[in-house]
Design a protein around this ligand. Structure first.
Ligand SMILES: [Zn+2]
Length: 184
């Protein structure tokens, strides 16, 4: 866990409360999943350049790759694009850039925003950021606790959004925000 000192006590209390929670795991409807902005990916596909102006690589192999647009895996021998992207709005010490895959073809932007993408791994890293894009806390999910960890991080007062990243390679997968429709 990474945590700034001001939030450490609150976070520890939330963790303790959760550990004592005897409710069964359920599918959450309290957050929304955001794939890559279609404006970004349409431009990448159209121009062959990433947001930094660098060339996009076209690849093709038998391995399944995580498309950050439809949040599904590529099929064997299906062409895909590899490019660099920063999933942050502005430039801060936390605004990393890194490699991403998307289908080369125009695929459907992820639609079921209230559910975690079923084809993507569940044993992942969750990083919670504040509204200024500074990291507040992070968690490592074993898969079974993923929805609970998402809700816990979003319940943390300073966390505005979460980035989901691959557990070992660390690549950005998708963004998670609180579902404002559930605020009432
Ligand atoms: Zn796709």
């Amino acid at each position: 866990m990474v945590s700034e000192s001001g939030e450490q006590t609150e976070y520890a209390e939330r963790r303790l409360a959760s550990m004592n929670d005897t409710h069964p795991a359920t599918v959450s409807r309290r957050f929304r999943i955001f794939a890559l902005d279609p404006l970004v990916t349409n431009r990448v596909r159209r121009t062959g350049r990433d947001t930094f102006g660098d060339p996009v690589e076209v690849r093709q192999d038998n391995d399944p790759h995580q498309c950050r647009v439809c949040l599904e895996l590529t099929e064997p021998n299906e062409p895909y694009l590899l490019f660099s992207h920063s999933p942050f709005q502005g430039l801060t010490p936390y605004s990393e850039r890194g490699p991403l895959f998307i289908h080369q073809r125009d695929c459907l932007h992820y639609q079921d925003t209230s559910s975690l993408p079923p084809e993507f791994p569940r044993d992942i890293v969750l990083r919670g950021y504040d509204s200024a894009d500074a990291i507040v806390a992070a968690e490592l999910s074993d898969g079974d606790d993923l929805e609970a960890l998402v809700e816990r991080l979003l319940g943390f007062s300073r966390v505005s959004y979460i980035h989901a990243r691959n557990r070992t390679y660390g690549c950005y997968m998708y963004r998670i925000e609180p579902d404002q429709r559930c605020d009432s």
